[in-house]
Design a protein around this ligand. Sequence first.
Ligand SMILES: NC(=O)c1ccc[n+]([C@@H]2O[C@H](COP(=O)([O-])OP(=O)(O)OC[C@H]3O[C@@H](n4cnc5c(N)ncnc54)[C@H](O)[C@@H]3O)[C@@H](O)[C@H]2O)c1
Ligand SMILES: [Zn+2]
Length: 362
Amino acid sequence: MFNIRVRLKEDPYSILVGAGIVGGLTAQLKKIVSGRDAVVITNHLVWRLHGRRLAEALRRGGFTVKVFQVEDSERAKSAEVAFGLVRKIAQYAADKKPVVLSFGGGVVGDLGGFVAALYKRGVPLVQIPTTLLAQIDSSIGGKVAVDLPEGKNLIGAFYQPRLVLADVDFLATLSDRQVANGLAEAVKYGVIADARLFAFIEKNYRRLLARDSAALTQLVKGCAAIKADVVSRDEKETRGLRTILNFGHTAGHAIETAAGYDRYHHGEAVALGMRVACAISCRLKLMKPFEAARVECLLSAVGLPQVVEGLPLTRILKAMQFDKKFQGKQNRFVMARAIGQVVVREAIPEAVLKASIRDYIS
Ligand SMILES: NC(=O)c1ccc[n+]([C@@H]2O[C@H](COP(=O)([O-])OP(=O)(O)OC[C@H]3O[C@@H](n4cnc5c(N)ncnc54)[C@H](O)[C@@H]3O)[C@@H](O)[C@H]2O)c1
Ligand SMILES: [Zn+2]
């Protein structure tokens, strides 16, 4: 088992990564919480697939277990569902000191984290992510939120977990599409910060796609370490350091929004966004074409989309105007200089932007 520390000034915490480590959960929990009442927030699918292992581990360690299951959909990330859960916890745990465990993908992680932040102004939160995307990205960094009809993640907070436990055995039941979805963010970490991690994915993508647990452990460890490092230097996104995590996300979000959220998974849209970002970087002579080609090849090898189909350029550009990274009137992009090295650039000429998006529209 690997232990990655998120070195926050006030409340540092560990990200534990390994295969089969959920069995040791309560030994870890006892180090960080005083109560023995576990409230698990999960969804029907994750609970059906993996709930027994979690419940057994908790009970064996002397915890009582109360499970609240939500529907398996982004729709569960709503204020209504969150307030409903807060009330259920209040009814169940009035005389207890509950620890909230978010057990699932990023949806359940964001929702459970939001609920833990609200109930009694905050109770201990443990993230037990079960998708690759959640293990390497959404469970780390303390961003918790729910969606509003007006937009995604519009009510939220920074609320750090006490512990993240990433057991790669849970990933065995993910669909191929969900694995590829997570791998997009993993490729992103390689490009923004770690050429060796990138090379590891190049060399091992077949093993990763086959859910090889040793390869997945290495990958999750490498990615989590990068996110942990970035968020511990910029906990509340005030210093601009977290910006690099948005590589591929400016065009990616625009494609996601313009296509409608049910068409592309987030990682798929980010893969397209990374292709666009590399094309811009090459046009600006920041990145060498052969490095961009490596990124493109790897994204294709893991099965991520190569082009956007049936979406006019104007729709994508319009969606981009609303992107939070367009501060004031100037656009702002995270550009690659090489694999492992990025730089933030403002005021990318519109012609370069348009040509680089057009490269990926069919
Ligand atoms: N807080 C953050 O920093 C942050 C960062 C990135 C994304 N997010 C959020 O994360 C969400 C996306 O997360 P996601 O991609 O994990 O989606 P998700 O939570 O919807 O999970 C994807 C699918 O996989 C299923 N699933 C989960 N674990 C499984 C397992 N072990 N085996 C089989 N199926 C499993 C889920 O039920 C779901 O159907 C979005 O709401 C996004 O806004 C948050
Ligand atoms: Zn992302």
